[in-house]
Design a protein around this ligand. Structure first.
Ligand code: PPS
Length: 308
């Protein structure tokens, strides 16, 4: 399945044809969730791989073997990607799944299910920068043009996987319809990885001893993940992801947008953000004038350490 130049459109959103077909979207929509499933939901570049690693390490009680021997897409396949059915056929134990799909496409499948859903959000200004650089190295994504062009497309919601605003609003405003829902941000994970692992372990009802947590924390650090070929995508052939043009594990920082946005771009983004998010139940906390942290009122376990 190369189809590097193919674009699939489903319910008005475009996706890379390298990974998706109309049938794979249908498979995701018709998916029979089990109560023991855990589903990681993200808009691209929001900390998907990081959360896949965190859940893997929590589930293994800090034992690094699985994380170091099995690629993330086999441990936590994306529901909507073509290889998912084959991976699940041979998987054992409780299933860990991933999706970038918007809420409305999975709403019916999730209805009545007790599957655990973990939604990871990231400051959209950092998302767009990360996504822009990813477009340069991922040959299954279109040429992003200049940063300014890409930023406009991102603000308009015409990039692959659709609007960041709609994605975040769709999932978080329907959190009450999901039996087990955890909202966490990339910024939370960055500020307090230990505490974030504790939140995940408590949400998954998988308690870890202190030394197990410490081991999990070590494996989930940026430097460990950058050097782990099971998560840094260096196993993917170069014609699909060209690591000479950029790294998947690029910087792993919060606030990197500041070295990419002009003041004018930042102002335009803020306007779009204010208008798109004005009715959202999310509370956006600006820790300083230049760095956003996204906090949720839907989360039943608010982080105590957060600075308003
Ligand atoms: S994807 O393609 O949607 O699956 O990408 P995703 O995994 O969501 O996001 C990739 C960004 O997450 C960063 N990342 C990390 N940051 C900090 N610590 C850890 N452990 C970590 N793991 C992944 C990765 O570097 C990408 O962000 P940028 O800003 O591009 O560096």
């Amino acid at each position: 399945m190369a189809r590097l130049d193919v674009t699939e459109t489903f319910h008005g959103i475009t996706y890379p044809g390298h990974l998706h077909t109309q049938d794979t979207f249908q498979y995701a929509m018709d998916f029979k969730f089990q109560d023991t499933d855990t589903l990681i939901v993200t808009y691209p570049k929001s900390g998907t791989t990081w959360m896949q690693e965190m859940v893997t390490l929590v589930s293994s009680k800090g034992n690094p073997v699985r994380a170091q021997t099995q690629p993330n897409w086999l441990r936590a396949p994306w529901l909507e990607q073509y290889y998912c059915p084959d991976v699940l056929k041979v998987s054992q134990g409780p299933r860990l799944l991933t999706t970038h799909l918007p809420y409305q496409l999975l709403a019916t499948a999730l209805q009545g299910s007790k599957a655990k859903v973990i939604y990871v959000a990231r400051n959209p200004k950092d998302v767009v920068v990360s996504y822009y650089h990813f477009h340069k190295m991922a040959n299954f994504l279109p040429n992003p043009g200049t940063f300014s062009e890409f930023l406009n497309a991102f603000m308009e919601g015409t990039v692959h996987y659709g609007s960041w605003f709609d994605h975040v609003k769709g999932w978080t405003s329907n959190a009450g319809n999901i039996h087990n829902f955890l909202y966490i941000t990339y910024e939370d994970m960055s500020e307090d990885l230990h505490g974030s692992l504790e939140r995940v372990s408590s949400f998954l009802q998988c308690p870890l001893a202190e030394e197990e947590l410490t081991s999990a924390e070590r494996c989930c650090s940026f430097s460990s993940m950058r050097d782990n070929s099971m998560v840094n995508y260096t196993l993917v052939p170069e014609d699909i992801m060209d690591h000479s043009k950029g790294k998947f594990m690029r910087k792993g920082k919060t606030g990197d947008w500041m070295s990419n946005f002009s003041e004018e771009q930042s102002r335009s983004f803020d306007k779009v953000f204010a208008s798109e998010m004005c009715e959202s139940s999310l509370e956006f906390v600006w820790k300083n004038p230049e760095e956003t942290s996204l906090k949720s009122r839907t989360d039943t376990e608010p982080l105590p350490h957060h600075a308003a």
